[in-house]
Design a protein around this ligand. Structure first.
Ligand code: DC
Length: 219
């Protein structure tokens, strides 16, 4: 039996991760935050003192990652640091890195762990490359200003003292890298439903997503 996949793609700070978690919980589906894989590659390289600009080293690091490493890295607080996110954005542009992480993602989607009845994968290229046949595809986005404001508030909440202009410029630079890379750039799949949540509350986004899921997945 094939298990349905819900693909949730979108840019940084679009709220796709939170939405993916809520949708997975509501349906009892397994959840894979695919950004964590790229972050895991970057963090492993940073810790090894490797050059993040070295594509061969990044590919070798991605190939060497085991499921156990991924599980351990997923729970590592350093995975969420800005330095790791920027590193992830850089290594994710390397074709060999993307290829090395492809099987892990497809295996997760086809055989969701714990016998779950389906899987939710969130990332940048789930609907376009990883699971192009997913019956439900959401592209979650918000204006770059709104996403920068969310990020700014999150940094302030952590006790940091960010400069809004810098946060906005960083967000725009990451968008630029993620959307303009040659391999698997961030673009909505042709059959994705676009959810622009610039003026929506998180609960409105969740309810909208559930309606889309229910319309596309037979009960
Ligand atoms: O979603 P995130 O912030 O954890 O992602 C970190 C980086 O990883 C992001 O800048 C681009 C990359 N990424 C990717 O290229 N493809 C994915 N499916 C997920 C993340």
């Amino acid at each position: 039996m094939t298990r349905p996949v819900i693909a949730i793609d979108g840019p940084a700070a679009s709220g796709k991760g939170t939405l993916a978690r809520k949708v997975a919980q509501a349906l009892g589906f397994a959840l894979l935050d695919t950004g964590a894989l790229y972050r895991g590659v970057a963090l492993t390289m940073i810790r090894a003192g490797a050059d993040l600009g070295d594509g061969d080293a990044a590919t070798a690091t991605a190939r060497a990652l085991t499921a156990a490493d991924i599980d351990r890295l997923t729970h590592d607080p350093a995975l969420r640091l800005d330095e790791t996110a920027v590193g992830a954005s850089r290594v994710s542009a390397v074709p060999g890195v993307r290829q090395a992480l492809l099987d892990f993602q497809r295996t997760f989607a086809a055989n969701p762990p714990g016998g779950a009845p389906g899987a939710v994968l969130d990332g940048r290229d789930i609907g376009t490359v990883i699971c192009p046949d997913a019956p439900v595809k959401l592209f979650v986005t918000a204006s770059v200003e709104v996403r920068a404001r969310r990020r700014f508030a999150e940094l302030q909440g952590r006790g940091e003292n960010p400069d809004f202009t810098d946060v906005l410029a960083d967000m725009a630079a990451r968008d630029d890298r993620d959307t303009k890379r040659a391999v698997a750039p961030l673009v909505p799949a042709a059959d994705a439903v676009l959810v622009d949540n610039s003026d929506m509350t998180p609960d409105q986004v969740f309810q909208t997503a559930l309606e889309i899921v229910r319309a596309r997945l037979p009960a």
